[in-house]
Design a protein around this ligand. Structure first.
Ligand code: ATP
Length: 250
């Protein structure tokens, strides 16, 4: 039934002018699983994330989040319905401490709203609790008082995930969570994604096949705006179409 799925799309399509970037996308993401989206450059992966978060409006089809049709709901409203996207560094306030970054994220603030002191003491307390929980889960408690801009690369990337988690999402979208990382940071991020998958639905775009094969419950392979193949890592790896598309690079 549809309630087994945290997030699904029905015939989702996005066009940029006459160009079809996403077509006929039926996606069913099971609750509390790790699901990756792979595909060559221009396959439409980013466009699909934009459509899921409300950054672009689909030209056809619909999106269902936790049983609710969110197709026509604004991006900030979608966050309240339980979907969050982890963005790269741009979402951090580099001069503010880690804990403060997370407190602001928990209150749904953007950088230009960050200094407005209009929230109640109660809402501040709730946000501080959320920040503490997120730091614990992401192993950032030890750097709670360090300015975000002074963290190591790996810590900053974990904080970006934390900024998404601060809204208590059920579904977390991640754009290439390990891009540009060294081996140790990659291992830590893999462990974090697996851990989050215990009680969240994680959907991520990734180019590193080793990571995809290692931590995904399900993989969707896209090409030219469409779904090419979908299944477990073993199924996807064995698929002749995928092997052709990747010219053996997997
Ligand atoms: P990559 O792995 O390179 O990030 P992707 O799978 O995320 O690729 P998209 O970024 O979704 O692919 O792009 C899909 C197609 O849509 C590409 O051919 C791209 O050139 C085109 N495209 C993306 N954004 C726009 C836009 N704003 N206007 C016109 N065409 C666009």
């Amino acid at each position: 039934t549809t309630t087994d799925f945290a997030l699904s799309t029905q015939g989702l399509g996005v066009t940029y002018g006459k160009f079809v970037a996403l077509a006929d996308m039926d996606l069913n993401i099971r609750r509390n699983t790790v699901h990756s989206i792979i595909g060559p450059n221009g396959a439409g992966k980013t466009t699909m994330f934009h459509a899921l978060t409300g950054r672009v409006m689909p030209s056809s089809g619909s999106i269902t989040l936790n049983g609710k049709d969110i197709t026509h709901i604004r991006d900030d409203e979608r966050v309240r319905h339980g979907i969050a996207r982890s963005f790269q560094v741009t979402s951090l306030f580099p001069t503010l401490p880690v804990a403060e970054n997370l407190r602001l994220a928990a209150q749904g603030k953007t950088p230009w709203q960050a200094l407005a002191p209009w929230r109640s003491a109660e809402s501040n307390r709730a946000a501080l609790n959320t920040a503490a929980e997120v730091m614990e889960r992401l192993r950032l408690t030890g750097v709670a008082h360090r300015p975000a801009g002074e963290l190591s690369h790996g810590q900053q990337r974990r904080l970006e995930v934390g900024m998404a988690m601060a809204s208590h999402p059920s579904v977390i979208l991640m754009d290439e969570p390990t891009s540009g990382m060294g081996v140790e940071d990659i291992e830590e991020m893999k462990a974090l994604i697996r851990d989050l998958g215990q009680d969240h639905t994680v959907l991520f775009i990734e180019h590193n096949m080793g990571i995809v094969m290692n931590i995904s419950d399900t993989i969707t392979v896209m090409r030219l705006g469409r779904k090419l193949v979908e299944g477990t890592p073993a199924t996807v790896r064995a698929d002749p179409e995928v092997q052709r598309a990747y010219l053996g690079n997997m």
